[in-house]
Design a binder for this molecule. Structure first.
Ligand code: AMP
Length: 414
């Protein structure tokens, strides 16, 4: 029996982890620049948390969640996204108590049983941020600018930002009724998927990928023409701020996002450097979620971004992150020197030097090859003669220069 990783999951191998770490570090540093602090929540939660917050009618809850009964019969779900867990934690731990506005970020794996393809996995990674406690458009603009700044910091220039307003609990129901009435006129010609959505989630019909659906809905009313005064003013201010921050965007009246809990601002960042799965990040405002989950009414805005798609772009651009390499490779020329070399390697490591030596009892020639293969900066060969003299020759493997050094003082020489 041989084992393979579960379909739709992927090992991130040692050859790729330097790039992942570089991206994670950059992401964290941009979050910190904007004064967001990290939150780490469990990867599984009660199923009802997600059903409640993401919405029964969404693809995620309807068909993609990894849900199972644990040994005590409780229904558990592997988190398909981050926001629900963060908000659960926000309420449970009363994070609001010390500050009116809580700014947090997360990085970690998410799980959705989707059909795997390039850029779409069943275990994938997201980073994201949530600003909780502020109703202002300034906060929406900060969240969007933050997401964009992460791509900029990583040297990704080929992105585009689409924004929309999906209204609020006052103007959206009115608009939905209007849209539903229009959709009913063409209902029998819509795709089966859109027919299903028509009554309960009509706005999703507008972002259908089906060509025919798109043609049928081409002239239909869009939410951003039917906003109430408050939502329109909010949207206007977000656009004004983005413009003043130098962030180009287009308004897409069909952008509704998959999740039910959005209010007002919705946005998506896509990249032309990706294939059919071109969404890098999405987010928006969700003023109704905290109260839906049993907390006090708390306006919030956030975004989530996919790591794998970001990695695909960096890989395509040939981006190579610096790999951790040994500073010094200590090679033993003969058997008696071996113990000294082992002890010295340990001593150097305890002094903070990345030191490596041979653990396989290899010949000196193979040890030299290995030092080279590992990209060590320096190599030092130690045998009986060096031990007797207390001195050795330190070779610099990049410029091939050599210098004689005292063995006692190695840590100063490398
Ligand atoms: P969503 O929570 O669906 O808005 O997703 C936010 C971002 O996460 C997307 O824009 C993608 O970059 C990424 N993403 C979502 N689902 C997957 C998946 N199955 N595999 C890889 N990345 C994903």
């Amino acid at each position: 029996m041989t084992y393979r990783a579960i379909k739709g999951t992927k090992d991130i191998l040692p050859a790729e982890t330097a790039r992942w770490q570089h991206v994670e570090q950059t992401v964290r540093s941009v979050f910190h620049r904007y004064n967001y602090r990290e939150i780490r929540t469990p990867v599984f939660e009660q199923t009802s948390l997600f059903a409640r917050s993401i919405g029964e009618l969404t693809d995620i809850v309807g068909k993609e969640m990894y849900t199972f009964a644990d040994r005590s019969g409780d229904s558990i779900t592997l988190r398909p996204e981050g926001t629900a867990s963060v908000m659960r934690s926000y309420i449970q731990n009363n994070l609001a108590q010390d500050q009116p506005l809580t700014k947090v970020y997360y990085i970690g794996p998410m799980f959705r049983q989707e059909r795997p393809q390039a850029g779409r996995l069943r275990q994938f990674h997201q980073f994201g941020a949530e600003a909780t406690g502020s109703p202002t458009p300034e906060t929406d603009a900060e969240i969007i600018a933050l997401a964009i700044d992460i791509y900029r910091a990583l040297g990704i220039t080929q992105w585009s930002l689409q924004i929309n307003s999906v209204g609020d609990e006052e103007c959206r129901p009115r608009y939905k009724e209007l849209l539903r009435a229009e959709l009913r006129k063409v209902a029998d010609r819509l795709s089966p998927e859109s027919q299903k959505r028509l009554e309960q989630n009509p706005m999703r019909v507008l972002d259908s990928k089906d060509e025919n659906d798109r043609a049928l809905t081409a002239g239909m009313p869009l939410i951003n023409d039917h906003l109430n005064e408050a939502c329109a003013a909010h949207f206007g201010r977000v656009k004004e701020l983005l413009t003043s921050y130098g962030i180009p965007f287009t308004v897409n009246g069909r952008l509704v996002r998959g999740l039910d809990y959005y209010t007002k601002t919705a946005f998506e960042i896509t990249s032309s450097e990706l294939g059919s799965q071109d969404a890098l990040a999405g987010g928006g405002r969700y003023d109704l979620l905290v109260q839906e989950l049993g907390g006090k009414p708390t306006p919030s805005v956030g975004f989530a971004a996919g790591m794998e798609r970001l990695m695909m772009i960096l890989e395509k651009k040939g981006f190579a992150a610096p790999e951790p390499r040994p500073r010094l490779f200590l090679a033993a020329a003969d058997a008696p020197a071996r113990d000294w070399v082992l002890a010295k390697t340990m001593e150097l490591r305890s002094r903070g030097v990345a030191a490596e030596t041979d653990l396989l009892g290899r010949s000196l020639k193979s040890q030299m090859k290995e030092a080279d293969r590992q990209g060590a900066a320096f190599v030092l060969v130690v045998g009986a003669a060096e031990l007797a003299a207390g001195r050795g020759v330190l070779k610099n493997l990049s410029d091939h220069s050599s210098v004689e050094v005292a063995l006692d003082d190695l840590h100063h020489s490398v």
